[in-house]
Design a protein around this ligand. Structure first.
Ligand SMILES: [Zn+2]
Length: 262
């Protein structure tokens, strides 16, 4: 039999017929993999607990000889991320990370750096104190994912002409071109470029270099954090050619949880 074994994180699953499910995993060895979990829709399925997102699992997969999907043969939970599953905000954050991976990572192309970034970020979300803001952690994940996927935003020089950017009070960020623009290039190439502050550019530099576990230590003004969210949202919108479906859930559930605490 043609079997392969790997660790992997569950990104999402969907129903297939009456009894089965198709599950999308992200693995360090094979990138994104899509497999059929036979009988997973049955109440007493042996797979059911392990294929709940964002479980971290050990899989054995039966490779299909034809051009059909591979079949999940064994699936054991290495870590279930129960605190993520039991918090709406944390679950919304992990769903957003999964959507980013689904959009930006390639099928069957290994990228261990991206896998371990996802795993590390999930553990940090899991262990975050109740009510602790996860926004900066998510922004840092977005930036690092863009960097790893070859879309690192150009924040050193003008992305168009290479000229050093002279900040007076602010600069311009073009989502279309993927970086800062000088005044001349902004007028010529992207009049819709966003006006951004020097503090934001400094923060982006920091986030690109800091390890994920250091991100919580940063003290960032709410205004700069919102500015960062707007810039990355518009850049990702441009690259992914559309809205990220799960992003608004984070804000909505944050509001809901905040109102429950009052
Ligand atoms: Zn320029």
């Amino acid at each position: 039999m043609n079997l392969y074994k790997t660790e992997a994180i569950v990104l999402r699953g969907y129903d297939l017929g009456e009894q089965d499910k198709v599950v999308l995993f992200y693995s360090p060895k094979y990138g994104r993999i899509r497999v059929i979990a036979k009988g997973a829709r049955r109440v007493k399925s042996r797979f059911a607990p392990a294929i709940q997102p964002p479980s971290y699992d050990e899989l054995i997969v039966h490779k299909s000889r034809e051009k059909t999907l591979d079949i999940l043969s064994e699936c054991k939970i290495k870590y279930p991320f129960m605190k993520i599953r039991s918090s709406l905000v944390k679950f919304a954050c992990s769903s957003y990370l999964a959507e980013l991976i689904t959009r930006f990572a390639a099928d069957e192309q290994p990228c261990p750096v991206l896998f371990f970034l996802l795993l590390k970020t999930l553990f940090l979300i899991e262990e975050a104190a109740p009510g602790q803001s996860l926004n900066l952690l998510i922004r840092s994940f977005e930036l690092k994912l863009l960097d790893i996927s070859g879309y690192r935003p150009c924040i050193e020089r003008c992305v168009n002409c290479g000229k050093k950017i002279e900040f007076i009070k602010s600069a311009h960020f073009s989502a279309k071109l993927g970086g800062l623009l000088c005044e001349v290039c902004k007028e010529k190439n992207d009049r819709g470029a966003l006006t951004i502050s020097r503090q934001l550019v400094n923060l982006m530099h920091h986030l690109l270099h800091l390890r994920m576990e250091q991100v919580y230590k940063l003290k960032v003004k709410g205004k700069i954090e919102r500015e960062l969210e707007m810039v990355l949202k518009s850049f990702i919108f441009h690259l992914a050619d559309g809205e990220m479906i799960t992003l608004p859930f984070i804000r909505n559930f944050e509001k809901l949880e905040a109102s429950e605490f009052q």
